[in-house]
Design a protein around this ligand. Structure first.
Ligand code: CAA
Length: 256
């Protein structure tokens, strides 16, 4: 398989951009060229785009990191993490920072990102779903933070949204055990906003997108910015941000 090829299909249709992870023969496993392509796409989206959908080809979200990247027998693979370790710690840290770019970009409040999880989202796949604002899951889908089971840590910006979604204790238990979390539990603990039969994922997504773009784009964007920053601000800071945003809204709505 060619890991110089991104293995991702990136498209824009009106206000909706779609990131389709498209390496079905390896269950949409991820690698650096894919992350670079997604980052470049998301960072240059036109302002009209209000929704970013992330999904996987052929009934699977993503089986996570392409394991050939951590195979000591495959150091010639482009992006081999084994080969990368010949560099200094700081260089590796900087490189992982580059790999984290698409995961950070998915949290940009310019748009609302939605992960559509069919099949499973493992490791980097789970972290990509966590990077999205919202998650829709098929009834028989599951997620798994596999990294600790491989002796690694989740390093693709997934720890913060996981703690914020389910709380510290549950996040620790999910990561330390590296267990599978099924869709019903994911919905109950706040990881998934809706769970539907696999055959209804498309219609559920269409309905959700329709509802999310029904109202004024700037009002939704400013509200999104407020909510996204809320957990890192004090109440006083948040109150200031709310009233500052509202001045602009009042002027726009009332024409004064
Ligand atoms: N990387 C590379 N190839 C993968 C892959 C991965 N992550 N996951 C699956 N594949 C390949 C398999 O090797 C297999 O290839 P062949 O047809 O050539 O044999 C093909 O995809 C189909 O896989 P299975 O036959 O295993 O399919 P399955 O439906 O029985 O099982 C699965 C699917 C549960 C995803 C299983 O393949 C699996 O457990 N994969 C590994 C998952 C994993 O550990 N991912 C890494 C997590 S850690 C991370 O992402 C981040 C990090 O470390 C920092």
């Amino acid at each position: 398989m060619n890991m110089n090829e991104p293995g991702v299909v990136l498209s824009i249709d009106g206000v909706v951009a779609t990131v389709l992870l498209d390496r079905p023969d390896v269950r949409n496993a991820q690698h650096p060229a894919m992350w670079a392509a997604i980052a470049g796409f998301l960072e240059s989206l036109p302002d009209e785009v209000r929704i970013v959908v992330v999904r996987g080809a052929s009934g699977t979200f993503s089986a996570g990191l392409d394991l050939s990247l951590v195979d000591p027998g495959e150091t010639e693979v482009p992006g081999s993490l084994v080969a990368t370790l010949a560099r200094s710690d700081q260089e590796v840290i900087d490189l992982i920072g580059e790999y984290q770019r698409p995961f950070a970009a998915l949290a940009d409040p310019r748009f609302i990102s939605i992960a559509v999880i069919d099949g499973y989202a493992i490791g980097a796949g789970f972290q990509m779903a966590l990077a999205c604002d919202l998650r829709i899951m098929a009834e028989d889908a599951w997620v798994c933070m596999k990294e600790p089971a491989l002796g690694l840590v989740p390093d693709l910006a997934g720890t913060k949204p996981l703690v914020e979604a389910v709380g510290y204790g549950r996040a620790l238990e999910i990561c330390a055990t590296a267990r599978k979390v099924g869709a019903a539990e994911a919905e109950r603990i706040g990881l998934a906003q809706s769970v539907v039969p696999s055959a209804e994922l498309d219609s559920t997504l269409t309905d959700l997108v329709g509802s999310l773009v029904a109202h004024d784009a700037t009002a939704v964007r400013r509200t999104h910015e407020l909510l996204a920053a809320a957990s890192s601000r004090s109440l006083d800071e948040q109150r200031l941000a709310e009233r500052t945003a509202q001045v602009g809204r009042l002027r726009a709505v009332l024409g004064r």
